[in-house]
Design a protein around this ligand. Structure first.
Ligand code: SAH
Length: 376
């Protein structure tokens, strides 16, 4: 269904999981523990250049420098919101670009610093799913990200952030289930070792409802958390605003989620954007409660973020955020039906960094430094 031009990755060091890196160094006639030293240098110590990895013999460093590429993203721009949210624009080796968003939690610790620092990571350049409310859809799919391009979003963002990034969500550009292998390889890198970059319980994958991906996470007993972008409780509406629903209807989606729960015993999160007069009625709340109560879950109710800058047409142009009053009423209704509800904040909305706004609206493509594609 989703064909895009096959593109080969440069030999990025961060494409390799630990097992693959051990094989790679063995192939170079080295012992496998060199891979572990390399992993430690890159991920635990955050060393950016191969020649600075003192634990590796000089000859190996030289070969690695010739054969491989250490950095897969190049920072082009950071925008900072009034609420502390930061949006990073990264350039990729082929000149394409992605955005990554860092969101400090509103909750603070005793010393006044944010309790959580959540990084919202992209998995594709653009997205093929064409959800009518999402700005990324306007880009269409350019390509999948390579493992290193996913991993480096975290490492690069961390470099520009004093506080440690504590949580990661695959909720940036793209549909993670359509780049499943690379996303899960990145997860295995993030969670590897005694001092992992992140624990698996602090990583969440959000899907628009790609059923085979949900089933695969269940079968593999994937240790990360699962979120489902639901946004509609009838097939009619869901098909209209999320074309992927034409392929996987609500019954099939619900069954896959139940299967996932039976296999993993992990609660799921539902995401539900409220659109004025479209999916915010009492009947919607009842159906939403019925659907989500099938397995232990919580519902994240999300205010609709403006995507006017993409010049929406058709149903997309009719979507408006639900009024404050109705928003509150909808939440109370869900609660009265025993649904655990969270309200997703609109962090970063002033810099178009909130959910669904990633499409380079404000992003300048001017650079003062040479492009990554020019220096490789
Ligand atoms: N493709 C994945 C992950 C990316 S979207 C998915 O669909 O889940 C991340 C979240 O932002 C999803 O819940 C998505 O539905 C939501 N979102 C998209 N556009 C939005 C908008 N304009 N306003 C608010 N949330 C939006």
């Amino acid at each position: 269904m989703y064909n895009f031009a096959y593109m080969k990755s440069p030999n990025f060091l961060k494409n390799y999981t630990i097992a693959e890196l051990r094989d790679y160094v063995r192939g170079m006639g080295e012992q496998a523990f060199r891979a572990d030293q390399l992993f430690d240098a890159m991920y635990a110590q955050g060393i950016e250049h191969i020649h600075d990895i003192a634990t590796l013999p000089k000859a190996l460093r030289e070969t690695l420098e010739q054969e491989t590429v250490m950095s897969a993203v190049r920072l082009q721009k950071i925008q900072e919101s009034n609420d502390g949210t930061k949006k990073f624009l990264f350039e990729l080796f082929d000149g394409r670009a992605i955005e990554t968003v860092l969101i400090p939690s509103e909750m603070v610790t005793d010393d006044g610093s944010p309790k959580r620092m959540t990084l919202c990571v992209s998995t594709q350049v653009g997205c093929p799913l064409n959800c009518q409310f999402c700005a990324t859809a306007s880009l269409k799919l350019k390509r999948n990200l390579f493992v290193a391009e996913i991993v480096d979003q975290l490492l690069a963002a961390q470099r520009y952030t004093e506080k440690k990034i504590t949580n990661l969500v695959f909720m940036g550009m793209g549909e993670p289930m359509l780049n499943y292998d690379n996303v899960m390889a990145a997860v295995s890198i993030f969670t590897h070792g005694d001092t992992p970059l992140l624990g698996s319980k602090r990583i969440t994958l959000s899907t628009a409802g790609v059923v085979p991906g949900i089933v695969r996470m269940a079968d593999e007993k994937s240790p990360i958390k699962l979120a489902i972008s639901l946004h509609a409780t009838t097939n009619g509406l869901r098909k209209e605003i999320m074309p992927i629903a034409r392929k996987y209807e609500l019954t099939e989606l619900g069954n896959a989620i139940e299967y996932y729960y039976r296999k993993t015993r992990r609660a799921v999160t539902y995401e539900y954007i409220l659109f004025e007069g479209i999916n915010d009625s009492e009947a919607d709340a009842k159906r939403l409660a019925r659907f989500t109560r099938r397995v232990p879950s919580k519902v994240n109710v999300i205010p609709f973020h403006d995507i006017e800058f993409t010049n929406p047409t058709g149903i997309a142009a009719e979507l408006k955020p639900t009024s404050r009053e109705k928003f509150k009423g909808f939440i109370s209704l869900l609660q009265s039906h025993d649904v655990t509800v969270m309200i997703r904040s609109s962090s970063g909305v002033d810099i178009d960094a909130a959910c669904g706004q990633l499409a380079f609206s404000n992003a300048s493509t001017e650079t003062t430094t040479p492009l990554l594609s020019e220096v490789l």
